[in-house]
Design a protein around this ligand. Structure first.
Ligand code: SF4
Ligand code: SF4
Ligand code: SF4
Length: 214
């Protein structure tokens, strides 16, 4: 059997799940066991496909050619973030900074634009913006992209380490990341955040009993 670590080394380490597996390592394992074809990593593009073909001896020409999307970066609308932390648990490379009840922010140097934080957000306040637009808005380029500050192999190692730390922190028992909430779950999440906020005398907070006079 082909060594799965060797295959994993050739994968981009975005941990974006576009291949249908829970991350790069599980996909590498499936290829090594001959349970998955080698053309499923769309973000890896032609280079990844060629590298996997070389290791496995499979013909890349027999598969559809993957086409990477243009690089994007996540952005959180500060007006709508309620500080629920769901996106923290969803980001496979820990590129989001925040704590419960506080505004969260994307770390532009760590975000790979995988988009996995978007669906779990109960207020739909995360968007992907093209890197070019982000650059125009003064956001520095991500460390992931080739024109960033790290060489490609170093980037992959770094992302793999961040992913392993994330899994150890949020999914140690194999639990799955947060899903897209239903309307009822959104409401519950928002209510629980409002309820957990400290009361400020004299200020009416939505969902709270208005302050009484006298
Ligand atoms: S980068 Fe490629 S192999 Fe890794 S999770 Fe994404 S699609 Fe799968
Ligand atoms: S912040 Fe969102 S888009 Fe960026 S790496 Fe994390 S999950 Fe992916
Ligand atoms: S999931 Fe959305 S609302 Fe919750 S902390 Fe993240 S950005 Fe804020």
């Amino acid at each position: 059997m082909i060594d799965e670590a060797t295959l994993d080394e050739q994968l981009p380490q975005l941990q974006c799940r576009q291949c249908g597996y829970a991350g790069c390592a599980p996909y590498a394992r499936a290829i090594a066991r001959r349970e998955a074809p080698i053309h499923l990593c769309k973000p890896g593009g032609r280079d990844t496909l060629a590298a996997l073909a070389k290791i496995t001896g499979l013909d890349p020409g027999a598969h559809a050619e993957p086409r990477p999307d243009p690089p994007q970066l996540a952005w959180i609308d500060p007006a709508s973030c309620i500080g629920c932390t769901r996106c923290l648990r969803a980001c496979p490379v820990d590129a989001i900074l925040g704590a419960r009840n506080y505004l969260h922010a994307i770390l532009p140097n760590e975000c790979t634009g995988c988009g996995l934080c978007i669906d779990p957000c109960p207020t739909d306040c995360i968007r992907l913006v093209p890197l070019t637009v982000a650059a125009q808005a003064g956001i520095p380029p991500s460390g992931f992209f080739p024109h960033g500050r790290l060489a490609e192999e170093a980037i992959r190692k770094r992302l793999r380490r961040r992913y392993e730390r994330h899994v150890a922190r949020f999914e140690p028992d194999g639990s799955t990341p947060p899903h897209r909430p239903t309307d009822a779950e959104r409401l519950r999440e928002i209510e629980s955040i409002v309820e957990s906020r400290p009361r400020r005398p004299g200020i009416h907070q939505p969902g709270r009993t208005p302050p009484t006079s006298g």
